[in-house]
Design a binder for this molecule. Structure first.
Ligand code: ZN
Length: 184
């Protein structure tokens, strides 16, 4: 793997030497501009090559992902991570809950890929009503989840059923959880 360093031969033209410049990087998304100030950039003194270190690249990638998400009304990388952790779920369980690939959740959180509007809404739903996680994915176990269920049971929370929607199984699940919670 090529490591960027001042004075190294340019990886593109293989003639120039890499110099370090501190510059402002502007990014445009849907007519809005985000400027990343004071960014260390490696530039070639012969060709147009400009490069960032892997660490800086990841930071910028995450910043830009959040910039685009804010404009699109989606949850940020940090918000997705804190919702997942708030549910007491690891990435693998979260992926199972969302029916996405195991690595996808990590990629949402580091900004490599952006969650769809549908996935974004699911995060918000699970955040608002954590007990839904085990109704949708009964195999998921979460250390924090027991607490959530207990709170739900204690407050006598009864989910309102949508009209014309038969939820025999749904109610049975709620009762089971109450029993578990009270026993704990
Ligand atoms: Zn070059």
């Amino acid at each position: 793997m090529f490591t960027l360093r001042k004075g190294r031969i340019c990886p593109v033209c293989e003639k120039g030497k890499l110099q370090v410049e501190i510059m402002e990087l502007p990014f445009v998304y849907k007519n809005r501009t985000k400027k990343i100030p004071d960014q260390k950039v490696f530039v070639c003194d012969v060709c147009d090559y400009e490069g960032l270190t892997d660490v800086d690249n990841k930071k910028v990638e995450k910043l830009l992902a959040d910039f685009r998400r804010t404009i699109d009304g989606l949850l940020s990388c940090g918000e997705l991570e804190s919702i997942r952790k708030g549910l007491g779920l690891n990435k693998k369980s979260m992926a199972r809950l969302l029916s996405v690939n195991e690595k996808t959740v990590g990629r949402y959180e580091n900004g490599k890929i952006t969650q769809s509007a549908q996935v974004d809404k699911l995060y918000r739903v699970f955040q608002a009503a954590p007990f839904l996680t085990t109704i949708i994915e009964p195999s998921i176990s979460s250390s924090k989840f027991e607490t959530s269920v207990f709170t739900v049971a204690k407050d006598n929370y009864i989910p309102e059923l949508a009209e014309g929607y038969c939820l025999q199984g749904f109610q049975a699940d709620i009762e089971d959880q109450e029993i578990t919670a009270n026993a704990a």
